[in-house]
Design a protein around this ligand. Structure first.
Ligand code: FES
Length: 241
């Protein structure tokens, strides 16, 4: 395998040909924030559509920033990941993303486990500079998956997982411009599609657009309602020898 030598933030890095700048940097212990990019080698899952642009870096001799998650390394390349221009652009991208994102973190199913929230905290974003037009979509509940499409950031991780890995192709990008979101065909509830409820889309969603349906409150409500007959199934006890 041909090895490529390059410099990232002045550090000499050697990585196999075909490696992306992001992966070469991460392997060398240089962190570049990323949001849409995700790789799970064990199952052959790779989402590198470069849609979020959080991972932009500067290349010496180039007069524009490029996404590191989709750009392969080249011999002699000199990459800068932390110049003031790079940091400023990343911050603006993040602020724009947040401008049309619901501000209900405290009651969001992904609170504390949201990659967008973590990035906003790491960039010290405390105020909204841009007031964006916010998309409004009703929440869709199914037995095990809740879709809160208003929170979709179009990273397309779920689309890649559902189509390329699980072979279902239920979720896909629909509409144009400001209204573009990842959705089902004809905005159908997952229950009306061939979705197998495998939950892999939930596992890869970085924000609260897809999360496990929490039926706890509904169950407690039903249990307390004398008019409702609730059958609670308990798993049989297993004797451990
Ligand atoms: Fe590279 Fe989103 S992580 S563009």
């Amino acid at each position: 395998m041909k090895m490529i030598r390059l410099k990232i933030d002045g550090k000499l890095v050697v990585a196999p040909e075909g490696t992306t700048i992001l992966n070469a940097a991460l392997k060398a212990g240089i962190y570049i924030p990323h949001l849409c990019y995700m790789e799970m080698k064990e199952v052959g899952y790779k989402n590198d559509c470069a849609s979020c642009r959080i991972c932009v870096v500067q290349i010496k001799g180039m007069n524009r920033l490029i996404p590191s998650c989709s750009t392969p390394i080249k011999e002699g390349m000199e990459v800068i990941t932390n110049s003031s221009e790079v940091m400023h652009k990343r911050r603006v991208v993040l602020e724009l993303m947040l401008s049309d994102h619901p501000k209900d973190c405290l009651i969001c199913g992904k609170n504390g486990n949201c990659e967008l929230q973590k990035l906003a905290i790491s960039f010290g974003i405390r105020e909204m500079r841009f007031a964006g037009k916010e998309g409004k979509h009703d929440k869709q509940h199914s037995i095990s998956i809740t879709r809160d499409i208003t929170k979709c950031i179009m990273c397309r991780r779920c689309e890649t997982m559902c189509g390329d890995i699980q072979g279902c192709g239920i979720l896909t990008g629909v509409d144009r411009g400001f209204n573009v979101i990842v959705n089902t065909a004809f905005n159908k509830n997952l229950l009306e599609t061939n979705c197998t409820m495998c939950g892999q889309c939930v596992a890869v969603c970085p924000v609260g657009a897809l999360y496990e349906t929490d039926n706890t409150f509904k169950l407690v409500e039903d249990l307390m309602n004398p008019k409702k007959k609730v059958i609670v199934q308990v798993a049989p006890a297993v004797r451990v020898a």
